[in-house]
Ligand binder design. Structure first.
Ligand code: GDP
Ligand code: MG
Length: 753
């Protein structure tokens, strides 16, 4: 029987609490026995543990500190049956009776064993062997000849009958060195003892033999050094049975001689003779009790004497310590309970998913999902990001920035060389020379140009579609994440709805462009008109000619500068700068175009060279936004001044040069194409977003709820849809268990107080 058995259940429960809740350890005090040599320290310790295992005897026996860790294990602890441990071999002869007793005992007796730190993996089931091992290990380090060592022996005792507690047995105080002991042995031992008892967490069991005058008690002197108020020192008076006849220690035991808050307790341990005859611990405890009850001096205070009372006092002291720690533990426990309750709530209530309300749960989650989808598009979602554009705002951006700019960046005549225009004109006039502007040629040429609007429009539909897909993937909620299958299905269904809408929307947008190609409305109020265009071209041309003439006359009448490659030549006056300009133009256009000099012609003609592009305002389109663009040339409504400036410098040196009339006509057609294209482009820029809104965005917004209900709200799907995320349900279970532990712990704590 352990002396501290009463405390075991409470301390175990509390220990469970603190380990399960990651609270600070209960941090029970360390019991440290000190006293002079042979005062009975080891004996007292043995009595407290309730086990016969320490070397005892006359002379110096304890020569190294023994740190004894008692570890309470449950009888069904898996540790008990761990097989990868070497058990101690009992080599002493075993009689048949012993064997039978041991065999019988092992069935009822729970497993108890000791383990030494210096012998890992070995279990000592026989406590006699523990004693032998302590003796061996002491000699190994401290030598055989009474030497001492400060290196501790660490021993753990596992048993269901012990309290989780640490105790320290220390070498006894001695004054005169013997054997191998150094000359300053007294000082060394004192220091060693002080090292252990100065820790505020240690309870000092100061043992003094009753047959020596208390005035000389070294243990009390040392204890007073570290615990001057005597708050954590228990005085133990041993060997009361060995006092001279006629003397007693009543005054000491009643606290009249030496003040200690925790008092003096008299004990009678086993004498050397008792040990020799193997007197059992139980027997000696009974004898001790009898001693006090029958002793004339002590019988009145017998209740406050002996090992049993020492145990009670220790119990009280430990309990006091625990109580001091309880408020801390309680506060922490309350916080933890609150946190866990919150966490549990976040996993959702388990009860909600009863058979009857599965449907309403699904409907609720579905609606939430659909509403998130809608509000993300409309831009009134509660989780609007401030970091990046999202939802509806991105769609707006696609329309205005991406789509708008990509349309603006189309040059409607970039893929239309002057030769093609001339051919078209010639073809359309047929065998007779046309009298006036060849409208047929314009019609023929402008239709394919309108097709240039198709690719950016397609891309616009795709971008919005992709955006809606993104939105639908982000429509989950915390509750929904509990049901991953439902979440997947919801996303799948909305994706499918969007996919279904992609076809019709794209088709509609295509047909928008198709209808513009179907009929070229030259009566459009904004269309420049052939006559007006013609007269302006002619007028400009005339002006240029006049200007040129006067310049030629003034500066360089014969000026003619051939280009390096010789494909074209220009009549220029200020030859140097013009030639420079042309060369630059050519270099740039040949970088971006395959049709070298034709491009040069166009660029030059419209006065739109690269340097002008790069200085254009930032609202101009970025060609890289739409890689499907025919090319990245900027184009604005035809500007007049560059044409004025450069017109006269143009001179096509093809196999067959253009006549002046042809040049005029080509220029005219080009202007008409540009004008008409701008009108169509403006309409497309307006109509495509409207079509996408109507057929894709609004349609899916309006039908999302119904589609979800139709496809997913089916009794036979409920089980599958409400399949819970395993991790999550495990988390919740863990959370529930934890909460139960906390509640239980709180209940235990309130009992303790
Ligand atoms: P330690 O050196 O302080 O650890 O003392 P031990 O516990 O080894 O005891 C020293 C010797 O004193 C042993 O032979 C014990 O049997 C004996 N002894 C200890 N306490 C008592 C006691 O209360 N009464 C008697 N008669 N002998 C005791
Ligand atoms: Mg000892």
């Amino acid at each position: 029987m352990s002396a501290l058995q009463d405390l075991i259940p409470t301390v175990n429960k509390l220990q469970d609490i603190v380990t399960n809740t990651n609270l600070t350890d209960l941090d029970l005090p360390i019991l440290t026995v000190i006293g002079s040599q042979s005062a009975g320290k080891s004996s007292v310790l043995e009595n407290i543990v309730g086990k016969d295992f320490l070397p005892r005897g006359t002379g110096i026996v304890t020569r190294r500190p023994l740190i004894l860790q008692l570890i309470n294990i449950k009888e069904d602890d898996p540790l008990v049956h761990k097989s990868d441990f070497e058990a101690d071999q009992d080599h002493s002869e075993v009689t048949l009776e012993d064997h039978l007793r041991n065999a019988g005992a092992s069935q009822v007796e729970p497993a108890e064993w000791g383990e030494f730190l210096h012998l890992p993996g070995k279990r000592f089931y026989n406590f006699n062997n523990i004693r032998k091992e302590i003796e061996n290990e002491t000699s190994r380090i401290a030598g055989k000849n009474k030497g001492i060592s400060r290196i501790p022996i660490n021993l753990k005792i596992y048993s269901p009958k012990v309290l989780n507690l640490t105790m320290v047995d220390l070498p006894g105080l001695t004054k005169i060195p013997i054997g191998d002991q150094p000359t300053d042995i007294e000082k060394q031992i004192k220091n060693l003892i002080l090292e252990y008892i100065s820790k505020p967490n240690s309870i000092i069991l100061a043992v003094s033999p009753a047959n020596v005058d208390l005035v000389n008690s070294e243990s009390l002197k040392l204890a007073r050094q570290v615990d001057p108020l005597g708050k954590r020192t228990i005085g133990i008076l041993s060997k009361l049975d060995l006092m001279d006849h006629g003397t007693n220690a009543l005054d000491i035991l009643t606290g009249k001689v030496y003040p200690l808050k925790l008092g003096f307790i008299g004990v009678v341990n086993r004498s050397q003779q008792d040990i020799s005859v193997n007197k059992s611990l139980e027997e000696s405890l009974r004898a001790e009790e009898e001693f006090f009850r029958s002793h004339p001096a002590y019988k009145n205070i017998a209740g406050r004497c002996g090992t049993a009372f020492l145990a009670k006092t220790l119990n009280k002291t430990l309990m006091h310590h625990i109580r001091e720690r309880l408020p801390d533990i309680k506060a922490k426990l309350n916080t933890l309970m609150g946190q866990t309750e919150q966490e549990l709530a976040s996993y959702g209530d388990l009860n909600i998913v009863s058979k009857q309300n599965r449907g309403s749960l699904i409907l609720m989650l579905m609606n939430k999902f659909a509403n998130n989808f809608i509000s993300s598009i409309e831009g009134n979602s509660s989780e609007i990001s401030t970091k990046e554009l999202c939802g509806g705002a991105r769609i707006y951006y696609i329309y205005n920035e991406v789509f708008g700019n990509s349309l603006l960046s189309i040059n409607p005549v970039s893929n239309l060389p002057v030769q093609d225009i001339r051919t078209a004109i010639r073809n359309s006039t047929g065998p007779r020379p046309s009298l006036f502007v060849p409208e047929l040629a314009f019609d023929l040429l402008v239709k394919p140009q309108i097709k240039l609007l198709e690719s950016p429009s397609h891309r616009c539909v795709e971008l919005v579609y992709e955006e809606l897909m993104k939105i639908c993937h982000n429509c989950g909620s915390q509750e929904l994440s509990r049901y991953p299958k439902l979440q997947t299905k919801l996303i799948e269904t909305v994706s499918e709805l969007l996919r279904e809408r992609l076809g019709p929307t794209t088709k509609y947008v295509e047909s928008l462009i198709e209808i513009h190609r179907a009929y070229i409305n030259t009566n459009h109020p904004n269309f420049v008109g052939a006559a007006a265009a013609m007269s302006s071209v002619v007028e400009e041309r005339q002006k240029q000619k006049q200007k040129q003439k006067s310049k030629d006359h003034a500066r360089s009448p014969n000026g003619s500068v051939p280009l390096e490659n010789g494909t074209s030549s220009h009549k220029v006056s200020d030859a140097g700068s013009r030639a420079e300009e042309l060369r630059e133009l050519e270099r740039k256009s040949s970088n971006t175009s395959t049709s070298g000099d034709k491009e040069l012609f166009l660029n030059f003609f419209f006065g739109k060279d690269q340097s002008q592009n790069s200085s254009s305002p930032p609202s101009q389109p970025q060609p890289s936004q739409f890689p499907s663009e025919p090319d990245g040339l900027q184009f604005n409504i035809p500007s007049q001044s560059p044409i004025e400036k450069k017109m006269e410098h143009l001179n096509m040196k093809e196999e067959e040069e253009l006549s002046e009339r042809e040049e005029l006509e080509c220029e005219l057609i080009r202007r008409l194409i540009i004008s008409y294209f701008s009108i169509v482009r403006e309409m497309i820029q307006d109509q495509v977003p409207k079509a996408i809104m109507c057929l894709l965005v609004n349609f899916s917004k309006e039908s999302v709820q119904n589609t979800l209900v139709q496809k997913l709200y089916r009794e036979e799907l409920f089980d599958e849809l409400l399949y819970e995320d395993e991790n999550l349900s495990q988390e919740r279970e863990k959370c529930e268990k934890l909460l139960a532990t906390y509640r239980e712990a709180a209940a235990i704590i309130s009992e303790v107080v």
